[in-house]
Design a binder for this molecule. Structure first.
Ligand code: HEC
Length: 495
């Protein structure tokens, strides 16, 4: 069945055709990037059960603790909230910076007003005549979302909002999308992969997450034997963090963070309220009372939840990146929290005000790791673009670029004492950088001292070092762990 094509549709089709042919090479690259996406640590999308806030995780009934899914505040325009939630949940994934389908971005007021390839998509006051509404209807050309029909209530909400002049409300876009119920899936073998591991603050123990289990190893004994092991009731633990006093361990997975008492492995509770994706990273304040949860929805957003875990209180939730957040780091003085984004950016947040204080732009692919130097105001990042960059925190300039540019350094960490920056790669290599100097001009080789770690045949993806940087541990996709002495790079036997 053919429909007469409107001239606008023709223009659009032509524009699309031209764009596609001019951009074949770009598309090939984009698809490679997508494949790289698919290999990121969060791919082993686990999945059982929709997240349900357990009583323990239900925030206290204070206004500050209201989860982001709560009803809009009285000052918000309900028409705007309803419509923008639809755009946020159904559209922005394909219409955002980095993925601008049809030349249209929908994440900000400015970009929405600008429209797409065929011009403006909004005619404020005239819902029926706006392309943004037309594309939602049955037979819309193009039809949006491409493989789905929105309900009449949803399309009416968009129409009513445009009729009302399409008022904007940035706070809606800043919140995580509503969690979708998830179907039960069989757990793939890759779930055994060590996605996270972490030395206790005093270095005497090493916590290793393997699938849904955590083992605690004794680092004072030969071969680092397992002295405790417990099930976390989680498909795959993605992230671990110890309290600075070593009394508690937190494990993050799909829409959940579990708290454990380390001396006896007693489960003390969990937090799931408001979480929508994979808890890809965790960080704790120096006092051990504030927990930052990186909640990642691939291609949709990386959200930060700031939680007072003892009182089960949510302080704030906000969108930190337009894609997953792969790593968090806290500065030695506790003033800054850094985030590594799959959107190629690293960011620095003020821990007191939660305000964004700096964005580090320069990686040409996902940022996989981030670490603070405790001696100088510097920050290191590692990217899927095969570079470790060391930034001056304030000027946001790159002081040094490390690595051989031939392999992806999948994880980095800076020892707490600032003496060593460590990186491990997807090809089983590792290096310890010390005395990192600001590079001058083209010269790169003299910018640091390098101690190579014994090579292993494994895809290394997680990393931790003791506070003095003397002992280094890495976890691999095949479930093995490796421990090295930093001084000579020698691999230590492990059981
Ligand atoms: C799975 C990805 C995807 C999702 C989700 C999606 N779009 Fe699109 N959108 C596209 C693609 C691809 C095009 C280009 C299609 C074409 O030109 O034929 C497009 C084009 C458009 C256009 C035309 C832009 C122009 O100027 O030509 C509008 C308007 C639009 N989308 C709105 C929406 C809205 C509203 C939603 C959510 C309800 C949405 N899209 C969800 C992929 C998507």
């Amino acid at each position: 069945m053919h429909r007469a094509l409107s001239s606008r549709t023709l223009t659009r089709k032509l524009a699309t055709w031209l764009r596609q042919h001019a951009r074949l090479a770009a598309l090939a690259i984009a698809s490679m990037v997508q494949q790289a996406d698919a290999q990121t640590p969060e791919t082993p999308a686990p999945a059982p059960k929709p997240a349900v806030a357990t009583p323990a995780a239900t925030p206290a009934a204070t206004p500050a603790a209201t989860p982001s899914t709560a009803a809009p505040a009285a000052t918000q325009n309900p028409l705007a909230v309803a419509a923008l939630e639809i755009l946020r949940d159904e559209c922005v994934a394909c219409h955002r910076p980095g993925k601008v389908k049809g030349g249209l971005k929908l994440g900000t007021e400015e970009s929405l007003k600008k429209g797409g390839e065929s011009g403006p998509v909004l005619k404020p006051g005239h819902g029926e005549e706006s392309l943004l509404h037309e594309v939602l209807l049955k037979g819309g050309d193009p039809h949006m979302p491409p493989k789905k029909q929105l309900t009449p209530q949803q399309t009416d909400a968009i129409k009513a909002w445009i009729n009302a002049g399409a008022p904007w409300d940035a706070s809606v876009m800043d919140k995580p999308p509503k969690p979708q119920p998830v179907k039960l899936r069989k757990m793939p073998k890759t779930m055994e992969s060590v996605l996270s591991l972490s030395f206790s603050p005093d270095g005497s123990q090493l916590a290793v997450a393997r699938g849904g289990r955590i083992e605690i190893r004794d680092t004072k004994q030969e071969r680092f034997p397992v002295i405790q092991s417990f099930e976390v009731q989680m498909e795959a633990v993605q992230s671990l963090v110890w309290t600075p006093d070593g009394t508690h361990l937190f494990a993050g997975g799909f829409r959940k963070v579990s708290f454990w008492r380390t001396k006896d492995g007693l489960a003390e509770g969990e937090w799931s309220a408001g979480l929508v994706g994979q808890v890809t990273a965790l960080a704790l304040s120096n006092a051990g009372d504030i927990l930052w949860i990186a909640d990642s929805l691939a291609s949709r957003g990386g959200f930060l939840h700031k939680v007072g875990w003892q009182q089960r209180q949510l302080f704030k939730t906000w969108k930190a990146h337009d894609d997953s957040v792969y790593a968090l780091a806290l500065s030695a003085d506790g003033r800054w929290l850094a985030t590594a984004g799959a959107d190629r950016l690293a960011r620095r947040w003020d821990t007191a005000t939660d305000a964004l204080s700096a964005t580090y732009e320069g990686h040409t692919n996902q940022v996989l790791g981030v670490a603070f130097d405790s001696l100088k105001p510097r920050l290191a990042t590692t990217g899927a673009d095969r570079e470790i960059k060391v930034w001056d925190q304030e000027s946001r300039e790159q002081d040094a670029v490390l690595g051989d540019k031939k392999q992806v350094v999948s994880a980095i960490c800076w020892s707490k004492d600032g003496s060593r920056l460590i990186g491990v790669t997807e090809r089983g290599n590792g290096a310890v950088y010390s005395a990192i100097q600001k590079h001058t001009g083209e010269q790169r080789s003299d910018t640091s001292k390098i101690q190579k770690l014994d090579k292993v045949e494994a895809f290394l993806q997680s990393l931790s070092a003791t506070a003095d940087g003397a002992l280094i541990a890495a976890g691999a996709t095949d479930g093995r762990i490796f421990v090295w002495k930093a001084a000579d790079g020698k691999l230590q036997p492990t059981e």
